[in-house]
Structure formats: C-alpha cells, structure tokens
Design a protein around this ligand. Structure first.
Ligand code: KMT
Ligand code: NI
Length: 184
C-alpha cells in the first residue's frame, strides 16, 4: 500500500517526510475519499513493468508511456530547476498517471479541506491524480526517482500554477463538482 500522511505547512525541508506531531496517517481509502486519487501497489518481482499494468484499467487506457529519471547525476544543472518547478503548486487539465520503477519521491496533494497530504511513492507504486487537483512533486533525500509517465492520447504536461487563471479552468470546476472542496 502507498503510504500517506498529513504534512507540515509550510515545509522547512521539502526532502524530509514533514509529518505532523503527532503523525496523522491517511489510509488508501481516506486518500481516495478526500482527494479522488487512485493508488495501488503492484508486485514487480514476478512480471515485467508493462505486463504488471495490464490488470489496472486506469493504466491500460493509457497508450502513451515513457520513462523519466530525476537525479542530479542524470540532469546536471537542470536538476534544481526541475525540482523547483515540480514543487510549485499546480494542476493539469488531464490526469497525472505515474508508475514508480525505482527510487522514491513525494506527491503532495490538497485534500477536500485544502490541507496538504504527502504521498510517499517507491518502486511498484501506481498513482492517478485526477485532472484539476492541486498538487506538487518532490524527490526525497535520496534525490533519485525513475518513473513511467502514462497518458491517454497525446500527452499534455503543462502545469497551471495555483491562482485565478488555474481556478477558472473547466478541469478545476469539474474536479470541484466531483470531489467537492469543503472550504473553497
Ligand atoms: C511531475 O509531473 O510532477 C513529474 O513528472 C514528476 C516526476 S514523475 C515521479
Ligand atoms: Ni503535476
């Protein structure tokens, strides 16, 4: 199961777990209820990475697949810049679908009360962030993740940073009417 918890806001160090004190863990079921996120852990010991996704409907509808690796070794000077962009709160007009192949990282997502939930992802974790959900991503202290990116159709990766323009996108309206923020 994918681990998730309510996190400190603001963070002092984005690469740490940033638990509340005392920690407040979020179950997979509550994560789904409060955000609409689908998550699953897939055993990669006995199958290859593409076959492993065959039984997951959220993945099999995604014809586009590529693999990204994020680390200072792979990205050089771009690493800090990319990590900063990923960690800016944003939404997309389509689902963000990721399958973690190696390394680890955190997806931070806003719940129905606009509070941050941190989702720790590692090898075998599969996650679908709904279109229109505000979120951000960071590597953790290991500073390495390798992930498959999946997309239904021609991929659009554009991040819309949080603000009035993003709030007014149809994808945001659709997300809110489905998952109903209770404070906004
Ligand atoms: C994203 O959109 O945040 C990313 O692609 C991050 C790397 S995938 C774990
Ligand atoms: Ni994103």
């Amino acid at each position: 199961m994918v681990r998730a918890w309510y996190m400190q806001d603001p963070v002092k160090d984005q690469f740490l777990e940033n638990h509340l004190d005392p920690p407040q863990i979020v179950s997979q079921e509550d994560l789904h209820k409060r955000t609409g996120i689908f998550s699953a852990h897939i055993d990669l010991a006995s199958t290859n990475e593409n076959d492993a996704l065959q039984n997951i409907p959220q993945a099999s509808q995604c014809g586009y697949r590529d693999v990204v690796e994020i680390s200072p070794e792979k990205m050089g000077d771009e690493f800090n810049k990319k990590v900063a962009i990923f960690f800016d709160e944003h939404l997309h007009t389509d689902e963000e679908v990721r399958f973690i192949l190696a390394g680890s990282g955190y997806f931070d997502v806003r719940d129905c009360d606009d509070k941050w939930i941190r989702i720790a992802c590692e090898r075998g974790d599969f996650i679908v962030l709904p279109a229109g959900i505000y979120h951000r991503f960071t590597v953790d202290g290991r500073k390495y993740i390798k992930a498959m990116r999946l997309f239904a159709g021609v991929p659009v990766w554009t991040p819309h940073n949080r603000g009035q323009a993003a709030d007014q996108l149809p994808a945001r309206d659709a997300y809110l009417s489905k998952h109903g923020l209770s404070v906004l």
